[in-house]
Ligand binder design. Structure first.
Ligand SMILES: Cc1cc2nc3c(=O)[nH]c(=O)nc-3n(C[C@H](O)[C@H](O)[C@H](O)COP(=O)(O)OP(=O)(O)OC[C@H]3O[C@@H](n4cnc5c(N)ncnc54)[C@H](O)[C@@H]3O)c2cc1C
Length: 486
């Protein structure tokens, strides 16, 4: 079997789809990464955490993130190519996920700025007032190398899983804007020109129902800083996106949508980024297999290339198969999101089907990324742990994928909830039926039903086995669907 298609992200897309939108643009983008981006990305990773310049020479707060100029070249190349603006021009999310696949093959950290910028632009476009939209959306869509960036800040110091209990940032109304006071503990793409931020309007009820979503500009009309960066996080991976702590000291912000819709809007933001995480995870797994392939073609042991030893050969077969399954599952989530992303509350049944598939995809693909990166390191033997080979970086990058955008526990429990409360599994089985073995489908349906009938504690405690099996089953059907179409 030829595995040549794992050597390049666009070749993998071509193998999967036969033909796909924006092929020429994506190939050009890939060429840029090969010729320039790869070296810049590896330099940025080795450089480690960027430096935060907090004060200018006169002692004024400036809170600038200091990166070498090449960093901005790397970042703006994707913005210029259309990782974000094409979504608004073409009214489809597909370009964002296709560019994201190529980006993440080379640097999953850089996909984060594009993701959070899109996740800022979409709620602004859907829910912002005309005045706010007119002011802040066009700069996010610039194509001239000076695109503004967005960010999505929900998590506070008490934790990210239970936002209803941990978000303590308070919002006070001031006419047509609000003042936010509080702190964000994990703020990726910090330094962004605008961010969407979760806060609780004064007097709102406790729990997630009392949260609202706001648009927060970095600067006020007179140029003063509107939020402050306390410090940057020193991270094991995704070093090509700065993550910091943010202080909101009566920061001016604009409400998006109705206050009581806040939690729905927060979930809409997460929908985009969880699917992006799934696409990024698959791209990272492909990169890991590509690195393993290149190494095992050159390394000789016991008289032949290690690739030609039956045990390793078989492992390659299985890894490539898992990669294809993972891509099919992630792409299923992409397609469903592309159907429902313009919906507003109250959502359709299709939206809840999407949510279930997105939880399955986020959960399963991130685990595939981690396991594939670990295996690639093993294939490299001792060389795998050396910084001069690129595979130790893959494992560091991969370890973040299951955690941000909601941990595996969160995906499993939210997936369980959407099955219980919205019966999304019925929709899922109807959706998959044309591509499923009838008996296997019945068995899975039966397994889900009996699981949902368990007493609450047991249902939660035993959920992981079911969720993993449902993810693999969905992936297998999605792969059949993909190949039937292409
Ligand atoms: C590099 C990086 C960048 C990030 N950037 C951003 C950002 O830009 N914006 C943002 O808002 N957030 C960001 N985050 C935060 C991220 O979303 C959170 O780390 C994540 O949601 C988990 O929250 P936590 O770390 O506070 O863990 P906690 O919520 O404290 O959870 C700790 C552990 O408890 C488990 N747990 C919690 N509840 C349950 C339960 N009911 N059952 C079983 N187990 C449970 C969790 O799964 C986890 O394993 C970032 C995180 C990282 C690592």
């Amino acid at each position: 079997m030829s595995w040549n298609f794992v050597r390049s992200p666009t070749r993998f897309l071509q193998e999967t789809f036969r033909d796909f939108a924006l092929r020429a643009q994506l190939e050009e983008y890939e060429r840029w990464w090969e010729e320039r981006g790869k070296a810049i990305s590896s330099f940025i990773d080795r450089l480690g955490t960027p430096w935060l310049r907090m004060f200018d020479r006169f002692g004024n707060r400036v809170d600038e993130i200091q990166y070498p100029p090449e960093y901005w070249e790397m970042l703006q190349t994707g913005y210029k190519a259309g990782a974000v603006w094409r979504v608004f021009e073409e009214r489809t999310l597909l370009p964002f996920y296709l560019f994201g696949y190529v980006t993440s093959f080379y640097d999953p950290g850089v996909y984060c700025p594009y993701t959070v910028t899109l996740s800022t632009g979409v709620p602004l476009w859907k829910y912002g007032s005309e005045a706010v939209k007119t002011k802040y959306l066009p700069p996010l869509l610039r194509r001239d190398g000076n695109a503004w960036q967005g960010a999505t800040w929900m998590t506070e110091v008490k934790g990210g899983s239970d936002l209803g209990a941990s978000v303590e940032t308070v919002a006070r109304p001031q006419g047509d804007y609000w003042l936010l006071r509080g702190e964000k503990y994990f703020a990726s793409n910090v330094g962004a020109d605008v961010a969407v931020v979760a806060a609780r309007p004064e007097g709102a009820p406790p729990g997630v129902r009392g949260l609202a979503l706001f648009l927060l500009p970095r600067r006020l009309e007179d140029g003063r800083l509107n939020y402050f960066i306390r410090r940057l996080k020193d991270k094991i991976g995704t070093r090509s996106v700065p993550t910091g702590e943010v202080e909101l000291l009566d920061s001016v912000a604009y409400l998006l949508g109705k206050p009581e819709w806040g939690i729905y809007l927060i979930l809409e933001v997460l929908n985009i980024s969880r699917v992006a995480n799934s696409i990024g995870s698959v791209a990272l797994a492909q990169r890991a297999i590509q690195e393993a392939l290149a190494f095992s073609e050159g390394r000789v042991a016991f008289g032949k290339r290690i690739l030609d030893h039956p045990l390793l050969h078989q492992q390659f077969e299985e890894r490539v198969r898992t990669l294809q399954l993972a891509f099919a599952l992630a792409w299923e989530a992409v397609q469903l999101l592309d159907e429902v992303w313009l919906e507003t509350p109250r959502y359709s049944g299709r939206y809840h089907l999407f949510r279930l598939v997105a939880h399955l995809a986020k959960y399963w693909t991130a685990e595939v990324a981690v396991q594939t990166a670990k295996w690639t390191m093993e294939v490299h033997g001792g060389a795998g742990v050396l910084a001069e080979y690129s595979v130790e970086r893959l494992l560091r990058e991969a370890m973040i994928l299951p955690i941000w955008e909601g941990t595996p526990h969160r995906q499993i429990l939210d997936g369980l909830e959407v099955m219980e409360r919205r019966e999304a599994h019925h929709q899922l089985f109807l959706h998959l039926a044309p591509y499923a073995d009838r008996e296997a489908l019945q068995e899975m349906d039966e397994r889900v039903r009996s699981h949902l009938a368990l007493p609450p504690e047991e249902k939660e405690a035993q959920a992981e086995g079911l969720f993993g099996a449902l993810a693999e089953f969905t992936a297998a059907c999605a792969l059949r669907r993909l190949y039937t179409r292409s």
